[in-house]
Write a new protein. Structure first.
Length: 215
């Protein structure tokens, strides 16, 4: 077997090729990053949608009254927006910063879920709406009923917390937004070296029949 043939056999072995080794890890990183983004978007959509829907309804005398999740508590929607912002920050952060972003997302998701659970049986906002409609302080709504939307918001909060957990667990291996701007720096010394040529060197190149502008 010739030296060229042995070289071909070695290079064809994926285990011996250092460039091929990181490929599975890179693919796994992209998959977990995609799952994190999907969970963040889905969780935020669920929370924000639920916050705009009716969570409690009843009667104020003979008048129907109802309140949305946003009137009962502003926390779920606000924390969902925090989680969305954190998902964007993942691409700009690295190392410990990315870990902190993941922890923040976990806390935001759990906070949104807890606030939604607390608002599922809340009647204070509905009573306040009944008093406003009747123009009687201290009036309370009757025939109170609650919808399933608070539990939809709770589910969304848990999905956000799961997205944050993925960031904490796998975030160190995800690509960063600024990494693509670092690659061209290796060519900078070449440009500086070309600029360092003296006029005498250019004239010598012309005398040899070379084109110095083609370098």
């Amino acid at each position: 077997m010739t030296a060229e043939a042995r070289t071909d056999v070695v290079s064809a072995d994926p285990a011996a090729d250092p460039a091929a080794a990181p490929a599975p890890a890179a693919r796994a990183g992209r998959r977990t990053l995609g799952v994190m983004l999907l969970l963040t978007v889905l969780g935020a959509v669920l929370v924000l949608t639920a916050a705009g829907r009716v969570w409690a309804e009843g009667l104020a005398g003979t008048l129907e009254v109802s309140v949305t999740g946003g009137k009962i508590s502003e926390l779920p929607a606000g924390l969902a927006l925090v989680a969305l912002a954190a998902a964007v920050a993942v691409f700009a952060a690295r190392g410990a910063g990315r870990l902190a972003v993941g922890v923040l997302t976990v806390l935001a998701g759990l906070g949104a879920a807890a606030a939604a659970a607390a608002g599922a049986g809340d009647t204070a906002a509905l009573d306040a709406e009944a008093a406003r409609k009747l123009a009687l302080t201290g009036s309370a709504a009757t025939g109170v009923g609650h919808t399933a939307w608070p539990w939809v918001a709770l589910l969304g909060g848990l999905l956000l917390a799961l997205a944050g957990f993925l960031t904490v667990r796998y975030g160190r291996g995800w690509p960063a937004m600024g990494s693509r701007y670092e690659a061209p720096t290796g060519r900078a010394p070449v440009r500086r070296a070309a600029a360092a040529e003296t006029p005498a060197d250019l004239w010598k190149a012309l005398d040899r029949g070379e084109d110095p502008t083609a370098r």
